[in-house]
Every structure is written in C-alpha cells, then in structure tokens.
Ligand binder design. Structure first.
Ligand SMILES: Nc1nc2c(ncn2[C@@H]2O[C@H](COP(=O)(O)OP(=O)(O)OP(=O)(O)O)[C@@H](O)[C@H]2O)c(=O)[nH]1
Length: 296
C-alpha cells in the first residue's frame, strides 16, 4: 500500500456566520438528519460530532455554533469561546460562505480562523449563483484576505461537489486507523440527540415567534427493552413566552412533541414515550451557571 492510499482519520470543523448552510452541509455528508437546520439563524448551539467513514478515510466532523453578533449576552460569549477552542484542536477547518451575501459578518468569523492549519474556503449555495459571474471577483477579493488552502464551490442542499470537497479535506488528515466503528454516527448520546430533535421542532413550528433564549433540558431518560421514556422540559426566559409554546388548548406543544417523538422513533429504532412541559427560568441566557447546568 502506498502512503497516499493509507487510511486517514482526523477532525474537521465547519465554521461560518449563521445561515450559510453549515448544518445542511454536515447533514448531507452524513446522509442523515442529525444536526439541526432551520431557516432561522442561530439554531446550532452545541458541538456535535458527526462521523463519516469511507473505504480509506474517517472524517470526524465538529459542527461549531454560529458566530452571533446581534444578541450579546453570556450565552454568546460562550459560543465564541467554543468556536476558538474547536478551531485550535482540529486538523482541517471548512470556512463556509454564501457568495450572494458576503460581508462583515463573514469577516468577523475570518478573524477567528487559525493561520497554522489548513483552512478551505467553501463557497456554498452554488446552485443559486446561476450565471452570476459578477460574484467571482467578490470571492477572489475575499481570498486575498486569508491564506486559504483552497477554494471549493459546493451546494450542500443539492449535493453538488461534496465528493470533491471530501477528497480535498482527506489530503490534510493524518494517516492513522479509524477511531470509531464504521456504523457509529455520533458520539453524542441519545439524550443529547433527543434534546436537539425537540429544539428543531420548536424552531420549525414557532417560526419567527420563537424566543432566542429557548432551551431543552432532558430531565429523565430511561430505557426498558425497546421502549425509551423521555421527560423533557422546554425552558424559556419569561412567563409571557409560555403561551407561545403551549398554544391554544395545548395544541402547539402537542404538535412539537408528536413530531419530535416520530423523529426519535426513526433515529433510535424503537418506541418512545415522550412527556414535555414548559418551564420558566428567568434570565437563564445571561447566567453562566445556569448555562453550565444545561450543558452549554
Ligand atoms: N439554495 C441553497 N440553499 C441552501 C444550501 N445549503 C443550505 N441552504 C439553506 O440555507 C438555510 C440555512 O441553512 P443551515 O444549514 O441551517 O445554516 P447554518 O449555517 O447551519 O445556520 P446556523 O445553525 O444558524 O449557524 C436553510 O434554509 C438551507 O436549506 C444550498 O446549497 N443551496
């Protein structure tokens, strides 16, 4: 076996301002809906490791939170610390941009990028560029601002050029055997995934009404044979936000729970008993200690 054919395994971070398509990219590479996507900015708050194993490579993806500038509070200070920490530890960084809306928000993320390791400029949403040749000079200007290892246009949503992206990343991963089993998708436990699935439904079903400070806390997670009993609290900042989540006659909460339960049953491959309720913890987004207790 020549050295270029040797098995490679390493970590990859996906960064970029909110809404450029980081979660979609990860999901499409993994071929599974593990991470949260939403039209609404800033839905990914946790680090999430997704694992993609091919014949000669194991990619360990770390999905980092978006870089949030609008809502500066303790929560967002934690987010920026997470971004910086993740980037100093990985083998390859994918910096995702959306060429139609390139600007200051992207430059803020640019400042967090490490200069001593491979960083690819991933130009996402290529499907929307059409014959907009005028975007190319913009991208070239951006390229001058940082010593990128390469520029790769992709469409995460349409699965365009993802193989090319992975091949380029592979070249920069260390030669070493796989760390995880081939069928392992994530090292996050089911408890974490259950909370993420509930959060996704809240974001989807509440649209623009959803409070930024909503969180999900799994209070109980028990398994009996093929049945999982999950008790989840949806945590909001203010009393006034409670009715938004509960809806008329509890209709909203019921729909959130039903849809989340159906997704969990598919992913975990078993029956789910899910109980949810809404809890008020005032000022939790500003309280670092409360954040820690919720696992941020
Ligand atoms: N047309 C098009 N839309 C895309 C593409 N990739 C992502 N999107 C859309 O862009 C929006 C944002 O995608 P996400 O994957 O949630 O973005 P994100 O960067 O993870 O966002 P945060 O979690 O807020 O940081 C969604 O509506 C996606 O469907 C693409 O290649 N083409």
């Amino acid at each position: 076996m020549t050295s270029s054919n040797a098995f490679r395994c390493g970590t990859v971070a996906i960064v970029g301002r909110p809404n450029v398509g980081k979660s979609t990219l990860l999901n499409h590479i993994l071929g599974l809906k593990l991470s949260i996507t939403s039209r609404k900015a800033q839905t990914t708050r946790h680090r999430l490791l997704g694992i993609h194993t091919t014949e000669d490579t194991q990619f360990l993806f770390v999905d980092t939170p978006g870089f949030q500038q609008k809502h500066i509070n303790a929560l967002n200070r934690n987010l920026n610390r997470t971004v910086t920490q993740v980037l100093s530890e990985v083998d390859v960084v994918l910096f995702v941009i959306e060429p139609m809306h390139l600007g200051d928000a992207d430059r803020k993320v640019l400042q967090l990028l490490p200069k001593n390791q491979p960083v690819f400029l991933v130009v996402n949403k290529a499907d929307l560029m059409g014959d907009k040749g005028n975007l190319l000079p913009l991208i070239q200007d951006f390229d001058l601002e940082f010593p990128f290892t390469g520029i790769i246009p992709v469409s995460a949503k349409k699965n365009l050029y993802l193989d090319e992206l992975l091949a380029a990343v592979r070249e920069h991963l260390p030669e070493q055997p796989a760390i995880y089993g081939e069928d392992e998708l994530t090292d996050r436990n089911e408890r974490f995934l259950a909370a993420e699935m509930l959060r996704e439904k809240i974001f989807r079903l509440l649209g623009d009404e959803v409070p930024y400070s909503v969180a999900v806390e799994i209070e109980k997670f028990e398994q009996e044979g093929n049945l999982r009993r999950i008790h989840a609290a949806i945590i909001v900042d203010k009393d006034s936000q409670k009715p938004m989540l509960i809806g008329k006659g509890g209709e909203k909460l019921k729909r959130i729970s039903t849809e989340a339960r159906q997704d969990m049953e598919k992913l975990f491959g078993g029956k789910i008993w899910l109980e949810t309720w809404v809890k008020v913890k005032s000022g939790w987004a500003d309280d670092e200690r409360a954040l820690k207790s919720l696992g941020y």
